[in-house]
Write a protein that binds this ligand. Structure first.
Ligand code: NAD
Length: 379
């Protein structure tokens, strides 16, 4: 089955970007939202983004007009899915809302239509099982902004057909993205399973040692090869996103994350990061601003506890059949911007040092830290 027509549900941050990248690769796209005014705003953003590509001479004016004309905004659901081969759903991350949307969609769409959810943290299988077609249901996790980010995690649910996985991978490649399959529907999939717990762990490190935020952030940037510090990345992502992901992941698996109260505190105080002018750091205004980090600051912090946390989660993904080391490194590179492979950092530090660290942390702070058997076997 060749996909030609894509319908995107939800024209917000993610939906309008997914519609744009699909149209740029030649698909006929319908963009659907619940009110015309949301669609008008989304189409304006798409136009702005295409104009920018024209001004940078990445595409011609004619191409931009052609792409824009391939995206049709429609409010009526039945009309919006009439010709769809695949529906990509990007409505807000609220389980009850998603289930309601899929109930309506299941009625409206032809039985052969593939349903792909852009959810970041909700269980694919659970949503799929509320439809009459769980074998045609799949997770397709684009990263923000979809126009720029190369990674798309593809997550089959328990009943997803192999044909649907192949079609979805091909679609992702056709829009010039790189699919990484998360073979099991596990909380956080791959990238969020590495990233979200790490923010909490960095908070524990700050509380347990005398390190300043900028020292931890510098170590994460200069010793682990992150594009920025972990607190900086949290502020960039937004405490609302991190808080929501924390709740969903912890609800499903107590071992994946050890929630630190700071995240909830910042969230409740509306200190969401860059977008509200304050998160872990204060920002002078809401424009993008970098925190001054340096190698000197990095040398003041031993990041072994942070490295141990991310490696333990990476190892968990392998031990539980959700991924393998090569794919995890690819996801970390494309999704987190990591410049150095995780297992290379582990080698430099020494796997036995990491396992010892985790054992000591487990003795002191509980079972959460117990090293994954894969790390123990790599000592
Ligand atoms: N924002 C991110 O960084 C990010 C990254 C990856 C994945 N995601 C996931 O993508 C999904 C969408 O997130 P977002 O940030 O784009 O949200 P958003 O709030 O920016 O946009 C959601 C849009 O869905 C619309 N909507 C609500 N009900 C609808 C319905 N019944 N039919 C069609 N549209 C409807 C809303 O009006 C809104 O325009 C979520 O599942 C989220 O977890 C978000």
């Amino acid at each position: 089955m060749a996909i030609k027509n894509i319908t995107v549900l939800g024209s917000g941050i993610m939906g309008h970007g997914i519609a744009q990248v699909s149209a740029m690769s030649g698909y006929s796209v319908v963009l659907r939202d619940i009110e015309q005014k949301f669609l008008d705003k989304a189409m304006e953003k798409i136009k702005w983004s295409l104009d920018k590509l024209v001004s940078k001479q990445k595409i011609t004016k004619e191409q931009s007009e052609d792409i824009y004309s391939r995206i049709v905004p429609i409010v009526d659901l039945k009309e919006a899915v009439k010709n769809a081969d695949m529906v990509i759903e990007a409505v807000p991350e609220i389980m009850d809302l998603k289930k309601k949307v899929y109930a309506e969609l299941d009625e409206a769409a032809d039985e052969n239509v593939i349903f792909a959810s852009n959810t970041s943290t909700l269980p694919i299988t659970e949503i799929a099982n509320t439809t009459t077609r769980p074998e045609k249901f799949i997770g397709i996790h684009f990263f923000n902004p979809p126009q720029l980010m190369k990674l798309v995690e593809v997550i089959p649910g328990e009943k997803t057909g192999k044909d649907i996985l192949d079609i979805t991978n091909n679609y992702v490649k056709s829009v010039n993205k790189q699919p990484v399959v998360c073979r099991k529907d596990v909380p956080g999939f791959i990238v969020n399973r590495l990233f979200i717990p790490l923010v909490h762990e960095a908070c524990y490190v700050m509380g347990r040692f005398e390190y300043d935020k900028t020292e931890i952030d510098s170590a994460v940037k200069f010793k682990l090869g992150f594009p920025m510090g972990i607190f900086e990345l949290a502020d960039f992502t937004g405490m609302d996103v991190i808080h929501k992901a924390t709740i969903e992941m912890h609800l499903r698996d107590k071992k994946v994350i050890n929630p630190h109260p700071t995240i909830e505190k910042l969230f409740n105080e509306k200190k969401l990061g860059q977008k509200t002018g304050e998160g872990f750091y204060k920002y002078s205004d809401d424009k993008y601003e970098r925190i001054p980090l340096s190698e000197d600051l990095a040398n003041k912090c031993n990041p072994i506890q942070i490295v141990s946390n991310i490696l333990n989660n990476a190892a968990w993904l392998v031990s539980n059949g959700a991924s393998d080391i090569e794919e995890i490194e690819k996801a970390a590179q494309l999704g987190l911007g990591l410049k150095k492979p995780l297992f290379e950092t582990a080698k430099e530090i020494g796997m036995s040092n990491i396992v010892n660290e985790l054992n000591q942390l487990a003795q002191k702070h509980g079972k959460f830290y117990e090293p994954d058997p894969l790390l123990v076997s790599m000592k």
